[in-house]
Design a protein around this ligand. Sequence first.
Ligand SMILES: [Zn+2]
Length: 191
Amino acid sequence: MRCMLCESFSLFHICPSCQRTHLTPQWHHRTILGSLPVYSFYPYSDIEPLLLTKHTDVGYYLYSILAKNSFKMFAQTWRYAQRVASVGVDDRAKKGYSHTAILNHALHSPTITPQYGKLRASHPYTYAGKSVQERLLNPRKFIYQPFKEDEVILVDDIVTTGSTLTEAVETLAQHRKKVILCLTLSDAENK
Ligand SMILES: [Zn+2]
């Protein structure tokens, strides 16, 4: 096959050279709910062409490559006093896999236990391309499923307005789960 970025022949959808030069994380940070940090790994414009593949056949492979270069690297160095859960926001599978579940899976470490299916939207409304007002009028109404850990890393692929992450944090808080940070692949504000 050919690398999707440089078009040279490669065994991978993105060749090792492009993974090194284009997929080295560039940390970006914002806060929601006053002080809760939301970290993202890539400027939106850098990975936008890749994100557009997310509902195609190669989407699974691309998300796996992105996850390996970002979320997995994070998990290998991040330390915390106790074991925490990582929870994907609405990790329902579409077309056979869930983007958020792929990212979440990459966080597995001695400190982080990925949990799946713990926070799913109660309706299939899609936010892509929707205005802030439409998003606010259509909250996700997450359905929570219990898990053991008290503290949580929240995982999503893109943060746009922050309203989805905020709703997820508030849903977990109702069940006495404390979100300590949010991780997203990309921040739409960081172009
Ligand atoms: Zn390449």
